[in-house]
Ligand binder design. Structure first.
Ligand code: ADE
Ligand code: ZN
Length: 336
């Protein structure tokens, strides 16, 4: 776009990125071959990179995407596979001007197919260390619970991470909630979120992506989340919007994801102007870049094209993203 270089140069923080959603079709087919994984022929008979990309172009909604997302990640077997996946993401993010990334992972999607939890974390951690050494890119890991699974399965996943010292060591910085939203409200997971709050562990949840604004208020009021992922339905509740502005609760918006999954028809329908005018803090993110064909800078460019923001707006967005990050104050001061 016209402002490409300016937008690229903005020091970015990414807060809404599913590492499994950065599995490119080329890495997917490469790992399937190396690991001798037979992909299901009814769905992934689209056995070429371009055929798969064109199927990705036609997602109907969140669940249609998730179907492909869970099949895709079945090629991830060894710690080195997870390291390759994450390092590929960090390299791309670095090119787009990302200085700090807080990335989601879905342990239950791996443990349910016999891949040990600590193997997943050790692979991703190795990539995090290399990205910091090679690019100066700092990062945090956020463990997400799959909301289509039960509260007791979420609890077992949480306790396993606690037992391994992953929260106390900082190897995992916080918890999140993702997968199919409608029909799986946040309060199902109130107990595990309460435990995390007591233990001083950071908390976020996907809310208000396809679900209505009560998914957002229930995440905040019942699960005591400190952030809201997506949150685009916030505009349906003016009081809640004002409260979030006042409390500086960060909303991690994923514009091109919302278009691809038909949450909105056009980026211009997103409430970003309203957020800016009312002082709601938000960051702009890619969500599942390999599935949506768009990385973080593509999202920045798409927002600029739709909203023609000013320098002042961009400064506000960039500062909000740094301030809303879960890194320590020293790192924030370097970025600000
Ligand atoms: N898992 C990966 N991407 C997701 C999204 N956008 N919403 C819910 N769950 C997800
Ligand atoms: Zn997401």
């Amino acid at each position: 776009c016209k402002h490409h270089q300016f937008l690229k140069d903005i020091p970015k923080c990414e807060h809404h990125l599913h590492i499994e959603g950065s599995l490119s079709p080329s890495l997917l087919f490469r790992l399937a071959e190396t690991n001798k994984i037979t992909l299901p022929t009814d769905d992934l008979s689209v056995a070429s990179i371009s055929a798969l990309e064109s199927r990705y172009d036609r997602f109907e909604d969140l669940n249609d995407f998730l179907h492909y997302y869970y099949i895709g990640m079945s090629v991830l077997i060894t710690a080195s596979d997870f390291e390759s996946l994450a390092y590929e993401y960090f390299s791309r993010a670095h090119q787009d001007g990302v200085y700090h990334a807080e990335i989601f992972f879905d342990p239950q999607a791996h443990t349910s197919r016999g891949i040990p939890y600590d193997l997943v974390v050790s692979g991703i951690s190795a990539a995090q260390r290399r990205a910091e050494e090679d690019y100066g890119l700092t990062s945090k890991l956020i463990l997400c619970f799959l909301r289509h699974l039960s509260a007791s399965e979420a609890d077992a996943t949480y306790e396993n991470a606690v037992a391994l010292g992953h929260f106390s060591s900082g190897m995992v910085a916080g918890i999140g909630l993702d997968s199919s939203e409608v029909g799986f409200p946040p309060e199902i997971f109130r107990e595990v979120f309460h435990k995390a709050e007591v233990a001083g562990i950071r908390r976020t949840a996907h809310a208000g992506e396809e679900g209505d604004s009560t998914y957002i208020s229930r995440a905040l009021d019942i699960c005591k989340t400190e952030r809201i992922d997506h949150g685009i339905r916030l505009v349906d509740d003016g009081d809640l919007l004002k409260r979030m502005a006042q409390q500086k609760t960060l909303v991690t918006v994923c514009p091109l994801s919302n278009v691809r999954l038909n949450c909105v028809k056009n980026i211009s329908e997103l409430p970003l102007r309203r957020f800016l005018d009312e002082g709601v803090r938000f960051s702009i993110n890619s969500d599942d870049p390999a599935y949506f064909g768009s990385y973080i800078l593509d999202n920045y460019c798409a927002v600029q094209k739709a909203f023609r923001l000013t320098l002042k707006d961009w400064r506000y967005i960039a500062e909000g993203a740094i301030e809303g990050s879960w890194c320590d104050e020293d790192r924030k001061n370097v970025l600000l």
